[in-house]
Design a protein around this ligand. Structure first.
Ligand code: ZN
Length: 464
C-alpha cells in the first residue's frame, strides 16, 4: 500500500498522485503543468509509470491543473474509468474541450515559428478525439456516496467548496489486515463563500494529503471588497463609463454575477447592461444553474427570487464574435465580464483596446495577476500598452479588489484540518515550497506531523 507524489509536489500546478493498493494502481488527478514555456514543456514528457498499468483515475475537480492531462493519458493507452463528481464531469467536458482548442492554436503558432527557423515541428499534446474518448470514460458520482474504484479501494466525494463539483476525496484502502483511510483534499474553498457550500472534513483519516496554495496568508475581508466593488460601479455610473471585469470562466464569473444579483438594488445594477462575454463562461454558468441543488442556502434563495443569475433582467449572454463586437461600440453603461482572467488573450483584450484610453473606464481585477501577464502590467501602472499591434494610452482607472479567492486561506486550511477526529499526519501539496513551508510550521507548532510532499517521494501507507 503506497502513495507516490508526482505532480503539484513543491509547486502549484500539474496535480497527480499515484496510489498502489494490492498491486493495483490508481491515479488521483492528472493535471496540466501551467506556467513558463519551460515548465509547460514537461507536460509532453513520458509519465513516470506504465500508463496501461493504471486501472482507474479519481478526479477531485474540473480545473485544468487537475484534469488537463487526462486526454494525454487516454491518448497514451489508458482505457479505465475516470471517477468524478457529476458537476465535475459536466465542467470537465467544457474545460477539456477548450483546452484542446487552445492547444491546437498554440501549436499552430509555435509551428509557424519553427517552420521559419527550419526546425522540427511539434505535435499537440492531445486533440478533440482524445477529449471525446476521455469524456466517454468519465463515471459521475454524487457527493457522500461511496463507490468501488478497484478491489481494495473505495472512494467517497465530499464537498470541497472550491468550484461547483469540487471534492475532497476520502479513500478506504484495504490490503491485508488493517484498512487505512487516506484523505486527499483536492483544492479547498473558503468558508462562507458565495454560491458554494463550506468545505467538508471527513470524520477520520490515517493520512491527509492537503493543498497549501495560500498556506502563508489570510485573505482580505470579503465584505470590504464588496463595498469597494459597489463604489467602483457608482463612480463609473456618474462618469458614464464602462466597467470591464477580466474573469476566469469557471467560478469567478459566476461569483461576480451572483454579487450583481445579490446587490442589484444597492448597487443600481438595473441601470447597466451586463454582458457575460465568454462562450466558455456561459457554458460553465449553465452547469452552475443545472446543478443549483448543490448550492448553499443563500444562493438557493437567490436562485428562487426574480433576480436569479440566469434571469438577471439586464444580463446579455454574448456567444458569437459578432455579438461581442457590438459591445465594443458602447461608450458607457456596460459592465463586461470576459476572459481571460489575466488578460493574456481572449475577448477582454478587444474591450481593453476599445476602452483603456477613456478616463471614465473602470477595469476591475478580482483575481491574482502573476508577473509577466498583461493584467499585471496594468496593475503596475503601465501608461502605454500594445494590444494586437496597436499602441494604446492607458487613461482608465485600474482597480484590484481582493477577497474573492476560490482557495481557502491559512485560517480556512487549518479550520478544515481541525475537523478530523484526531491529528493525522499531513503531506502538503499544491503550493510553492516557501508558502507550503509556512503552513507546515503552523502544523508542527500544533504538534502535528507535517511534511512537504516532494516529487517522487513514496509513502508506505501500511506502516502508518
Ligand atoms: Zn482548483
Amino acid at each position: 500500500m503506497e502513495l507516490e507524489f508526482y505532480g503539484a509536489a513543491g509547486q502549484v500546478t500539474g496535480s497527480c498522485h499515484i496510489l498502489t493498493v494490492a498491486g493495483r494502481r490508481v491515479l488521483l488527478d492528472c493535471g496540466l503543468i501551467q506556467g513558463s514555456r519551460q515548465d509547460e514543456a514537461r507536460n509532453a514528457e513520458p509519465f513516470p509509470f506504465a500508463v496501461r498499468e493504471v486501472e482507474a483515475v479519481v478526479l477531485s475537480h474540473a480545473h485544468i491543473d487537475h484534469s488537463g492531462r487526462l486526454p494525454l493519458l487516454v491518448k497514451r493507452g489508458f482505457d479505465g474509468p475516470i471517477h468524478a463528481q457529476n458537476a465535475t464531469a459536466a465542467l470537465a467536458a467544457i474545460l477539456l474541450d477548450d483546452a484542446a482548442d487552445l492547444e491546437r492554436s498554440t501549436v499552430r503558432r509555435e509551428n509557424r515559428r519553427l517552420e521559419e527557423q527550419g526546425k522540427r515541428l511539434v505535435e499537440p499534446l492531445f486533440e478533440k478525439v482524445d477529449v471525446n474518448a476521455t469524456l466517454k470514460q468519465m463515471r459521475g458520482h454524487r457527493y457522500d456516496e461511496s463507490f468501488e474504484v478497484v478491489p481494495g479501494v473505495r472512494a467517497c466525494f465530499r464537498d470541497a467548496g472550491h468550484i461547483m463539483g469540487s471534492a475532497v476525496v476520502e479513500l478506504e484502502l484495504t490490503e491485508g489486515e488493517a484498512p487505512k483511510t487516506l484523505v486527499f483534499s483536492g483544492d479547498l474553498g473558503q468558508y462562507d463563500t458565495p454560491i458554494l457550500k463550506d468545505p467538508v472534513t471527513p470524520a477520520h483519516a490515517d493520512l491527509v494529503v492537503m493543498e497549501s496554495t495560500y498556506g502563508d496568508r489570510n485573505h482580505r475581508d470579503r465584505e470590504a471588497s464588496l463595498v469597494e466593488f459597489g463604489e467602483v460601479l457608482q463612480a463609473a455610473r456618474e462618469e458614464k463609463g464602462n466597467v470591464l471585469i477580466p474573469a476566469f470562466a469557471v467560478g469567478r464569473s459566476q461569483e461576480i454575477l451572483y454579487h450583481l444579483g445579490q446587490n442589484y438594488d444597492a448597487w443600481g445594477v438595473g441601470n447597466w447592461h451586463v454582458f457575460l462575454d465568454s462562450p466558455l463562461a456561459i457554458e460553465a454558468s449553465e452547469v452552475y444553474w443545472d446543478f443549483k441543488h448543490l448550492a448553499d442556502e443563500e444562493a438557493t434563495a437567490l436562485f428562487r427570487s426574480d433576480l436569479t443569475m440566469p434571469r438577471l433582467e439586464n444580463l446579455h449572454l454574448t456567444r458569437t464574435p459578432e455579438e461581442s463586437r457590438v459591445i465594443e461600440r458602447l461608450e458607457g453603461g456596460a459592465i463586461v465580464i470576459a476572459g481571460s482572467g489575466m488578460c493574456n488573450g481572449g475577448r477582454i483584450l478587444h474591450h481593453l483596446k476599445a476602452n483603456l484610453h477613456r478616463r471614465e473606464t473602470r477595469v476591475v481585477f478580482t483575481g491574482y495577476q502573476p508577473r509577466g501577464t498583461f493584467g499585471r502590467r496594468l496593475i503596475d501602472g503601465d501608461k502605454r500598452v500594445r494590444i494586437h499591434g496597436e499602441e494604446i494610452q492607458v487613461r482608465a482607472s485600474i482597480h484590484t479588489i481582493g477577497g474573492f479567492s476560490a482557495h481557502g486561506d491559512q485560517a480556512d486550511l487549518l479550520r478544515w484540518y481541525d475537523g478530523f477526529d484526531s491529528q493525522p499526519p499531513v503531506y502538503l501539496v499544491h503550493g510553492d515550497i516557501d508558502v507550503s513551508d509556512v503552513l507546515r510550521r503552523q502544523f508542527v507548532d500544533r504538534g502535528v506531523t507535517a511534511h512537504l510532499a516532494l516529487p517522487e517521494r513514496r509513502i508506505d501507507l501500511a506502516a502508518l
